[in-house]
Design a binder for this molecule. Structure first.
Ligand code: WTA
Length: 638
């Protein structure tokens, strides 16, 4: 077998054998690593497509991440926090425990009860995990919203979750600027009576308006008991909702439970990162996305690990910030994204080479396909050819890693660009349109054939949509929406999205959400967006816009207006690289936009059969727009 063969620690083949023969008993054994208040009566209740793990068991996520460490690790740093402006804070396991209990009491004093939803719209500051764990402690369901989303985007999420309380900050630092988060919240909730209170952390001390609903975090925390016993919650009690983009216009509320989710995270964190007590772990993800939920908050804290949490942009004040942080905190394990690596790679090897990265022993990648060249650069320049790289494939919906090399479990040969093997207990295949396994080295659809503990419970308030989105393409198989191939060694290669979800800098953006935003501009009749390969971001957005008849406004002005509209309605991450005004979109005779075709042209593929097109001229127009684009990209790179 070709590939980079590197000693990956333990070699526990027994675990794979056991997992393959009986995945239910296998996961049951893993669940015993957690602290349960009462044990389960049934390991798995599987009525497809609904899985309930450890039925009858009671557990608490806050207890498992904090209380259990108080005996031996109370003074161990849990979070080494680095502010964007260079400030720092260290919070030990005892500090976290005390603050979480106090804040849980604050929530209770405001009338929050088990099952209530709480919106958290905070920058990357310690109060964010503290808020999440305080919710978990009392059985409230946290709903974290990425602090880069605009008022209009968060409005839908707040409305859908009908949250009672919002936790936010006066502002957050981003590339040296202050993002006025409280102002965004004021705008987002102005029509909602169901919000009882807004709790404000003072981070940037910028001026904010305080209404009768608003309360300051510090004042609430001042005179409150630091004892709050963790609720004994059902294993399937919802831990959180995390909204994510899909192929429909509205974001989907992915709902995760407690016992199964924690079992999945405990296991994958241990196997993938081979975590040791002396490690300093650094995951660069924002907690507003699932990677932050699972591998900044729950995974590391379940293990009593010490981790770095960084507040700001990875390229502020310059692209060496991540390397500087690694040197400063003597980081041993880095978990980051291909986008961050590509950004750094562009500036050459001298920058990372000028920092002491010798403490690193393991490197991870997540969120998008990692190109083999980037993989090799990561291995050579950052890991100095001594650190294994784990390329971890998973999704918001899967809760935790699904395909990854597992240094804490076994020794295997790595291949640059491959995620390697599924985690034990998972039956993953690559199939064709009809659901049959494709031969090795053939591109097909990734499917998961059995339930796993971190699996979403459902979509918030919409069981039908849950069934429809993930379980209707193939019978009793979970369909993640990714292309993949399996090579002759059984290694998986992830080949990007098979649906209309875009991955820009690793962030998930739905085309439908973006199109409906563009179409709501008064001059726009129709729109279609698609992704084109981007050297740094992985994918960049291109928008095609058909204007209403008799629109006289100039293209340049309209382009600017549309960009502003997208920033206001969704957020800066969804801003297209280029907007094209065309007279028609390629549609089928039944009126559906042919996205396959747009994608094909955008990726320089042969277009294939276009006989079902309503208007062949549209293809020519789109094709020439792309040709122009290719030329201009070419010109820029020369
Ligand atoms: C993509 C992020 C290739 C994939 C954890 C998936 C990846 C989507 C990888 C989920 C990887 C994630 N290699 N592609 N290692 N990891 N993806 O929900 O398309 O933000 O379906 O979760 O990211 O994105 P999400």
């Amino acid at each position: 077998m070709s590939g980079i063969n590197i000693g990956l620690g333990n070699n526990d083949t027994e675990i794979r054998r056991e997992a393959n023969s009986d995945f239910i008993t296998f996961w049951e054994r893993q669940a015993k690593n957690l602290s349960w208040f009462s044990t389960w009566k049934k390991t798995l209740d599987w009525s497809p497509p609904f899985a309930r793990w450890f039925v009858g068991g009671t557990i608490n996520a806050s207890y498992n991440t904090l209380d259990i460490h108080q005996q031996n690790k109370a003074d161990k740093p849990a979070i080494l926090w680095e502010g964007e402006n260079g400030e720092s804070r260290v919070l030990t396991y005892k500090d976290m425990w005390t603050r979480v209990q106090k804040f849980a009491n604050v929530l209770k004093s405001l009338g929050v009860q088990k099952g209530d939803r709480i919106i958290i719209y905070l920058p990357m500051i310690p109060e964010l995990p503290i808020s999440m764990l305080a919710c978990a402690r009392i059985g409230a369901i946290h709903t974290v919203i990425f602090s880069g989303f605009s008022a209009a985007a968060i409005k839908d999420r707040i409305d859908d979750s009908k949250s009672k309380i919002v936790i936010t900050a006066d502002g957050g630092y981003r590339r040296g600027n202050i993002i006025k988060l409280k102002e965004v919240i004021d705008e987002a909730i102005k029509d909602f009576d169901f919000i009882q209170n807004v709790i404000v952390v003072e981070r940037t001390k910028n001026k904010i308006n305080m209404s009768s609903k608003d309360m300051l975090w510090n004042e609430l925390m001042h005179n409150i008991s630091d004892t709050c016993v963790a609720e004994k919650l059902d294993s399937s009690h919802p831990l959180y909702i995390l909204y994510t983009s899909g192929t429909t216009g509205k974001p989907k509320g992915v709902l995760h439970g407690t016992g199964g989710y924690l079992t999945h995270l405990y296991s994958t964190f241990k196997w993938a990162f081979d975590i040791k007590d002396s490690d300093v772990f650094f995951c660069t993800a924002d907690i507003g996305w699932v990677t932050g939920h699972s591998y900044v908050v729950y995974g590391p804290l379940l293990h009593g690990a010490t981790e770095v949490m960084y507040e700001g942009a990875p390229d502020f004040p310059d692209v060496s910030r991540i390397w500087k942080i690694i040197q400063k905190y003597k980081v041993t394990i880095l978990y980051t994204t291909p986008t961050a690596l590509r950004m750094s790679m562009k500036f050459g090897d001298d920058l990372p080479n000028s920092f002491d990265l010798s403490t690193l022993r393991l490197l991870g990648s997540v969120g998008e396909p990692i190109n083999p060249e980037v993989w090799k650069w990561y291995f050579k320049i950052i890991g100095k050819e001594k650190c294994p790289i784990i390329d971890t494939w998973w999704q918001t919906e899967t809760g935790g890693m699904m395909i990854s090399a597992l240094p804490g479990l076994e020794t295997i040969s790595l291949k640059p660009g491959s995620g390697t093997l599924p985690i034990p207990g998972l039956n993953i295949s690559v199939v064709d349109e009809t659901g049959n396994d494709v031969p090795p080295n053939t591109k097909g659809y990734l499917v998961i054939k059995n339930p796993w503990p971190g699996m979403l419970l459902t979509l918030w308030g919409d069981d039908e949509k849950y069934r429809d989105v993930y379980w209707s393409k193939y019978k009793n198989c979970y369909y993640p929406g990714d292309y993949a191939l399996k090579d002759t060694d059984g290694y998986f290669w992830l080949l990007g999205r098979a649906d209309d979800v875009l991955k820009v800098s690793g962030h998930r953006i739905g085309t439908a959400e973006l199109e409906s935003c563009i179409v709501s501009h008064h001059d726009v009749a129709e729109s279609a967006v698609c992704g084109i390969p981007d050297e740094i971001k992985g994918e960049a957005i291109i928008a095609f816009v058909v204007l209403k008849q008799n629109v006289t406004a100039e293209a340049l002005i309209l382009e600017k207006e549309l960009s502003i509209k997208i920033r206001t309605d969704i957020g800066a991450i969804a801003t297209p690289k280029q907007i094209y005004f065309v007279t028609a979109l390629p549609k089928t005779r039944s009126g559906k936009i042919m996205r396959r075709l747009l994608k094909g042209i955008a990726n320089n593929e042969t277009i294939g059969d276009v006989s079902t097109l309503e208007d062949g001229a549209a293809v020519t127009e789109i094709q020439s727009a792309f040709d122009e684009l290719q030329k201009s990209i070419h010109k820029k790179s020369n």
